[in-house]
Design a protein around this ligand. Sequence first.
Ligand code: C2E
Ligand code: MG
Ligand code: MG
Length: 352
Amino acid sequence: VEGDEFLAIVEYNDVQEIQNKMISINKTLKKGVSIEGTIHGLSCKSGISIYDEHGSDFESLFKKSIIALEDVRVSAHSNLLMYDDTKDEYYSRRSRIELLLNSAFDKNEFRTVYQPIVNIKDNQIRGFESLSRWTSEELGIVSPGEFVPILEQTKKISRLDEYVLNNALVTNKFLCDEYGTRYIASINISVETLMKENFTTMIDDALEKFNYDPTLLELEITESSIIKDFEAVTKKMDYLKSKGVKFSEDDFGDGFSSLTYLTRLNIDTLKISRNFLLSILNNVKNRVLVQTIITLSKRLGFYTIVEGVEDQETYELFKDYGCDYVQGYLFYRPMEEQKLLELVKNKTSKKE
Ligand code: C2E
Ligand code: MG
Ligand code: MG
């Protein structure tokens, strides 16, 4: 089909036969190929659609096998998946979103909102995380949880990341100049964006364009996909770090090989995932886990931020554990730029 994608059309009497066929192909691939005396094992993932059940023309069958393939690709456990027609509605919304995202940039439908991150000791603002919001003309508000993965899958996320970067730098620069603040602007950078050839140029250009202090920029690496080329990524990070840019690992505890990332990537800050918080108050094991993560983070020389703190009790707990910063509804929700400006204005004028 393209690159390493192949299409097989298989005659069958019952569905099991197709699955068996794919299993046998996989077995053969596993034996590997010998290149210059070294055996390289291969594996494959397959998405399957069935004639008549999922469509009766090539176009729709092909499209549905690709959808199943996309699903199986992100699955850690299976390498074979049948198109699931109970998810028809979900799929059609997804493809609608995919289509609408194409024009969302030109229509100016994205906004950037800001959520302050505070010091756990004195509740002073350390900086803010910049988050995207999308209001589609047709669908209304669509959450980042829904559109970010689609932008990632369709390789369009870097455009959004760059847009947010520019907005955040303008906003923070304004605050610096107007109120003399030294907040750190945190930006989410998808692995997709990080891997792009022009990634460092994109950051360099923005820093230069706004005459922005690099030490007030922190890039949050989200583990939404596996980093395939550590060497290339490390090189880019080292370059930016030499200029003073900071890096954090986002959502620690979710996703892929977090512990590997911790030691292999040269990060400054660890952000503990909100998922840990959901059961922390009544689960002793989770509390031990979080306490250990904070200790580990400290010993590796990182700052620790806990995300998604909504109540006083959890806040106190993290304070006791020696966590450095908090981000969560307990202090601030993500806010429009105008609200952030007002907040900072009030805070700084009170001091005077
Ligand atoms: P994230 O980077 O982990 O951002 C934190 C998320 O937690 C945000 O969700 C924020 O609104 C939410 N949050 C913060 N405090 C609380 C709390 O106390 N309670 C609850 N329930 N939630 C809280 P949001 O804005 O929906 O974003 C979701 C994810 O989408 C982000 O997770 C980030 O991974 C991704 N994302 C958002 N904007 C961008 C972007 O411009 N580029 C990229 N690459 N990813 C983005
Ligand atoms: Mg983040
Ligand atoms: Mg996070």
